[in-house]
Design a protein around this ligand. Structure first.
Ligand SMILES: [Zn+2]
Length: 463
């Protein structure tokens, strides 16, 4: 196991201004040579990538022009999406999306293809396969890939640089698309190249877009890590959309057991693609309805097995499957010592599979304890200094762990799907279940009872 310092250096990308310092350190590989392999390949289950869009530069989300090859997303998400799919086995759609390489995005020619999974709702853990900004500065390091390995990775971009999402290039800023391509190269198992023209060369100048298009040395590297594009690999050559139905044309689709991966529409989740069975195919065409929670993004066709060559190229589709119904507020809130009363809300998806739901509460008394609780019935019952809105019915009510409101009187509580009452027992939460949530809290300065309630939230959970 490598230590944190080594990991960060392994993935660091430097501006040209730092080249002199870098040459004295361990960042350069010495005499000119080509690609360098880190010694692993991302397994089929780690092909996902997401972006937590906390980029704060003025131009990091400047490109708000929709692009048919990158449907549903603009700004930093689109730039990183372009940077990552540059590595895929074949052209991404018709390859367009970058004015500096018309028809050129998707140049890897290897048994490697990534799956764009949209918005993350947080930076996430070391193996969560996300791109995000990190606060502050670290000398001349622009960005780095933390802990690349078979279990996943995490890519960070230092806040102190002026990031630019393209599609053009401004002289004083740093190209998010190209630098994401470099960092994603580390994620998929490449070290630094000895060829200055390669995307995996360890430095870049401001305003340069040279890393957007991978070099023949980078191509040789990804092919060495994953194998040259196999003849048995499924290939998508066209996708047509009619309503929520897709017709996927190509070759090499398994006759009975192929799956189609979609980009998840709700932000959050663990990055897992939305997966649906392709049903019986003739090997060259799949007709399929967009499944629950699928949205604009990429589709891939996956044949049975775990070898690198079971994954097709990714292909952009602008489609929307059925979505989980949004949670609905009901009942009332009651005035408290902080003002007009607390509100309850949520973050993440109400899909059980994504396990990304967090309950939120705001406008409460700072630093006071409280509890989210839930039950099957909606009631209106004056209680304490407020109104109780959740009833027990025949099942009971269920308390989640005690939380403490922050200095601004707010709290975010991610649901723990691995512990009762959510995981087991009469309060277990499953797909199709409808539950009502409310926040109870102490408020010694708010009224005679010293406790109060937020308004309430009805949530219909879906798969
Ligand atoms: Zn690097």
């Amino acid at each position: 196991m490598r230590n944190e310092t080594t990991k960060r250096i392994a993935g660091a990308l430097l501006p040209t201004a730092a080249l002199v310092a870098a040459a004295c350190g361990v960042l350069l590989t010495g005499p000119a040579r080509g690609y360098f392999l880190l010694g692993f390949g991302l397994p089929v289950g780690q092909r996902d990538f997401r972006v937590f869009n906390n980029f704060s530069s003025q131009n990091a989300n400047g490109n708000q022009t929709p692009d048919a090859n990158f449907p549903g997303y603009q700004g930093a998400l689109m730039a990183v999406w372009k940077g990552c799919v540059e590595w895929q086995s074949r052209l991404h759609g018709n390859g367009d999306g970058d004015p500096h390489q018309p028809g050129g995005i998707g140049s890897g020619g290897a048994n490697f293809d990534p799956s764009f999974q949209g918005d993350a709702v947080e930076i996430g853990g070391l193996n969560d396969n996300t791109h995000s900004q990190i606060s502050g500065c670290n000398g001349g390091v622009l960005a780095f890939c933390e802990g690349p390995g078979e279990n996943g990775w995490r890519i960070r971009y230092y806040e102190c640089w002026e990031w630019d999402d393209g599609p053009g290039a401004s002289a004083q800023s740093w190209d998010l698309q190209g630098i994401s391509a470099h960092e994603y190269g580390h994620a998929l198992g490449l070290g630094h190249s000895g060829f200055p023209a390669a995307t995996m060369w360890p430095s870049i100048g401001s305003g340069s877009v040279s890393e957007r298009s991978i070099h023949e040395d980078d191509i040789a590297g990804v092919q060495a890590a994953y194998g040259v594009h196999s003849a048995t690999k499924p290939i998508i050559s066209a996708v047509t959309v009619s309503g929520s139905q897709l017709t996927i044309d190509g070759s090499g689709f398994h006759a009975s057991d192929a799956r189609v991966w979609f980009t998840q529409a709700p932000a959050g989740g663990d990055g897992s693609p939305i997966k649906a069975s392709a049903g019986p195919t003739n090997g060259t065409q799949i007709t399929i309805d967009a499944p629950l929670n699928a949205g604009p993004g990429d589709v891939l066709v996956i044949n049975p097995g775990w070898s690198h060559d079971v994954v097709s190229n990714s292909w952009p589709v602008d489609v929307l499957g059925p979505q989980c119904p949004p949670p609905a507020s009901y009942c009332v809130t009651s005035p408290n010592s902080a003002g007009g009363g607390m509100g309850i809300g949520h973050q993440g998806s109400t899909s059980v599979a994504t396990q990304s739901l967090a309950l939120t509460a705001h406008s409460g008394p700072p630093l006071q304890p409280g509890i989210f609780y839930y039950g099957p019935e909606q009631i209106v019952l004056p209680f304490g200094d407020g109104v109780r809105c959740v009833g027990a019915g025949s099942l009971g009510t269920f308390r989640l762990p005690v939380v403490v409101l922050g200095p601004l009187g707010a709290v975010v509580h991610p649901l723990d799907w691995n512990a009762p009452p959510i995981s087991a027992g009469p309060g277990a939460i499953g797909s199709g279940d409808e539950w009502n949530f409310q926040f109870w809290y102490r408020d010694p300065g708010g009224g005679p009872a010293g406790f109060n309630f937020s308004d309430a939230l009805e949530i219909q959970f879906c798969p």
